[in-house]
Design a protein around this ligand. Sequence first.
Ligand SMILES: [Mg+2]
Length: 227
Amino acid sequence: MSTSQATDLDLGVRDALDMLDLDPTRPLIISDADEVLLQFVAGLERYLDGQGLWLDLQTFALSGNIKDKETGEPVPVEKTPDLLSGFFKAEAGNLTAVDHAADALSALSERAQIIVLTNVPTAQRDARAESLARQGMAYPVIANKGLKGPAVSHIASAFTAPVFFLDDIPHNLKSVAESHDASRRLHFIADKRLAKLLPASEHSHFHSSHWPDAQSFMEEELTKKGF
Ligand SMILES: [Mg+2]
């Protein structure tokens, strides 16, 4: 659920990535947060409800699908960015973890390095990192901007070990496929209503709404590659 088409790596994002202490000979899992580790849509619905609005999940998009509870009228598309910005300010630190995500990552962390690459606004990065840590996911959090391919290739190009990438948004899976084709890509959409609105991305190797299945996929891939 992003409209940014940036293809270059933001300099602030690059600097944050360069601070990570990663071992290119050890597997790496790069996970999105919203709708992968955290229940984004459920949190957004709570927030919208407080504003007299609701999310009419007819398509995999926010713009045009946020409606007034009383009149049923959609909020003008140009107001969506402001609404989302208000949502992140108020709720970036309050989203509930997706079921089994913390346990799955904890098990995987014995065999792989883990980082969170999320398009949260930079100002809310710390709140998001604290919220993830509080819910058992204390991993480095990078606030990305735009499509994720440039950030992934910046980190992963030096890797000799397997690199996994998880995201709910097809644009990001495509971007990562184009920037770092060697990555193994998981199309993960936690919210089942949302998952029904989208086919599996053609740029992914695995599609699921269930963390234990994603965990098994990655563990089997690691075993196959001798890690
Ligand atoms: Mg997401």
